[in-house]
Design a protein around this ligand. Structure first.
Ligand code: HEC
Ligand code: HEC
Ligand SMILES: [Ca+2]
Ligand SMILES: [Ca+2]
Length: 456
């Protein structure tokens, strides 16, 4: 053995050179990050400003805000009860869900105030994912099934139908040689109560998003978001976010859409009242259904529900100042993720009645604008001004805790991505150049970026 060290130099040099050469072919260089790779910014771990809670455990998505006055704790807990209430249980509610509904409580879909997922196998029925429908051609509700396929009928009777999900798998590789694979979902509608959906009927599978930080998102001044819009891509960076403009039913005017996967709802009030109506078959003052009858959900219950839904707190980041995470944040900016998932903070405005949410410095990592993410993710179903290829940039705060809270890592609007990396790899359209840069990164930089996402 020992003698080998003293072999004549030439073959060893050749061997080393071959190894180095082979290594550079398969190993793209680390990104030159320069001043991007800097120290943590003061306060950046407090994603939700003073509302932020320090909890990285299984219940970290359903907490009251840190700055909630003690006197308001009971209101928060009453609100949580309404959010968790099973409206199909006659002991808990005088009004029944239905006659048709997708789920009997908000919590069924927004599991532990976290996110839903698609069925794990074709044998499992869909629970925390909905299928929104349109008329053929894409405008207006479906003539037989309305805006959404309701899986259940009241009292255990049959709903409108069900859906099974299968996947086609395809593989590709990173520039550095490792392979990856992505799952393309395929849906089959079954047991349809009123006949087939029909030709050319677009549908949109959507998992329930997380239920925290929503009052803060609502409090970002409209001007701050509109300032990020660049519909004609004047700065020529390939990214052209634009606002969805939707009807605010209560205010009777058009307003910036902020909520839902296509930003089709302007406020927590309208999104929640719409959920009661569309997901659960319950009327409110805002969505009264048949004219004349009193709303099934009392104004007091709706008030409590909104108090809760606005205030549920954002969890604090973990390891935000660890060197690989700081590197990952710099990679995130350098390859263009922050072109949509804005990495600089917003300052919320004044929210009447909610001092907790007012003037907070927050890091949601979204512009709440619509972006064309390409044909691969398209549902082909227009929604407000959003096209079939456009989606709202989802907030990324708390995303690293989904596994701890929900026990899965299914991402994107239909939950097709099995982890954060697959979510990135599905990005196309305006995000295609960024996605390509990600594929060309060396493994260390990809890992740093994922460590950063997991720290959010
Ligand atoms: C059947 C499943 C289901 C039920 C039940 C449900 N939701 Fe949702 N929720 C969703 C889905 C799916 C979305 C995304 C909707 C979209 O993209 O249009 C959503 C979106 C939301 C949003 C917007 C979140 C965001 O980040 O944009 C809020 C707020 C919300 N729901 C509140 C509620 C409340 C309150 C209830 C109970 C009254 C409720 N939801 C019941 C599935 C559900
Ligand atoms: C052009 C705008 C744009 C760029 C650039 C962009 N994203 Fe996204 N991102 C989106 C939109 C829109 C979605 C929602 C797509 C969907 O659900 O179909 C999304 C979804 C995601 C999700 C899944 C979120 C969830 O709740 O399921 C993650 C994670 C993510 N992006 C991370 C990144 C990273 C990391 C980068 C950089 C490599 C990046 N994005 C670049 C717009 C963008
Ligand atoms: Ca329906
Ligand atoms: Ca641009």
């Amino acid at each position: 053995m020992r003698g080998r060290l003293f072999l004549p130099g030439i073959p060893i040099v050749a061997l080393v050179l071959t190894a180095v050469w082979a290594d550079t072919v398969r190993r793209p260089p680390l990104l030159e990050l320069g001043e991007l790779a800097s120290a943590a910014e003061p306060g950046e771990e407090l994603s939700g400003g003073a509302t932020t809670v320090v909890d990285a455990g299984r219940n970290s998505f359903g907490r009251s805000p840190m700055n909630l006055d003690r006197a308001r704790w009971p209101d928060f807990h009453h609100g949580k009860k309404v959010f968790a209430r099973d409206w199909s249980d006659p002991r808990k509610t005088p009004v029944p869900v239905g006659p048709l509904f997708s789920a009997a409580s908000c919590m069924t879909c927004h599991v532990k105030d976290g996110r839903g997922r698609p069925p794990a196998s074709p044998a499992e029925p869909p629970v925390s994912i909905v299928f929104q429908l349109s008329a053929s051609g894409g405008r207006g509700p479906h003539p037989s099934y309305g805006e959404q396929l309701d899986f259940h009928g009241v009292g255990g009777s049959a709903g409108e139908g069900s859906v099974t999900v299968d996947y086609d798998e395809r593989s590709d590789e990173f520039a550095s040689g490792e392979s990856f694979s992505l799952l393309q979902p395929r849906y089959t509608f079954k047991h349809l109560a009123r006949g087939p959906l029909g030709e050319g009927v677009p549908f949109s599978p959507r998992v329930a998003p997380v239920n925290f930080g929503l009052g803060l998102l609502e409090a970002i001044p409209e001007e701050a978001l509109l300032a990020l819009a660049d519909p004609d891509d004047r700065d020529q960076d390939g990214i052209s976010g634009r606002p969805n403009q939707v009807e605010d039913v209560a205010e009777r005017r058009t307003k910036l859409g902020r909520f839902g996967w296509k930003a089709n709802q302007p406020s927590v009030l309208q999104q929640s009242a719409h959920a009661l109506f569309a997901d659960m078959g319950l009327t409110t003052e805002l969505f009264p259904g048949q004219a004349g009858s009193a709303p099934e959900v009392t104004p007091e219950d709706l008030e409590r529900l909104l108090f809760y839904t606005r205030l549920v707190a954002v969890p604090r980041r973990r390891n935000w100042d660890a060197p690989p995470v700081l590197r990952g944040k710099a990679v995130f900016r350098a390859i263009g993720c922050s072109g949509c998932h804005v990495s600089t903070p917003f300052e919320t405005g004044d929210v009447p009645g909610f001092p907790e949410l007012s003037r907070q410095r927050i890091f949601p990592y979204t512009d709440l604008l619509l972006h064309d993410l390409g044909a691969g993710l398209a549902d082909g179903r227009p929604d407000g001004q959003a096209s079939g290829q456009e989606w709202r940039t989802p907030p990324l705060w708390g995303i690293g805790l989904v596994e701890a809270v929900n026990g899965h890592t299914r991402f994107l609007h239909d939950g097709r991505a099995r982890n954060l990396e697959e979510a990135i790899l599905w990005h196309g359209g305006e995000a295609a150049p960024t996605q390509e840069r990600y594929v060309r990164l060396p493994r260390e930089d990809r890992e740093a970026l994922l460590a950063f996402l997991n720290s959010l």
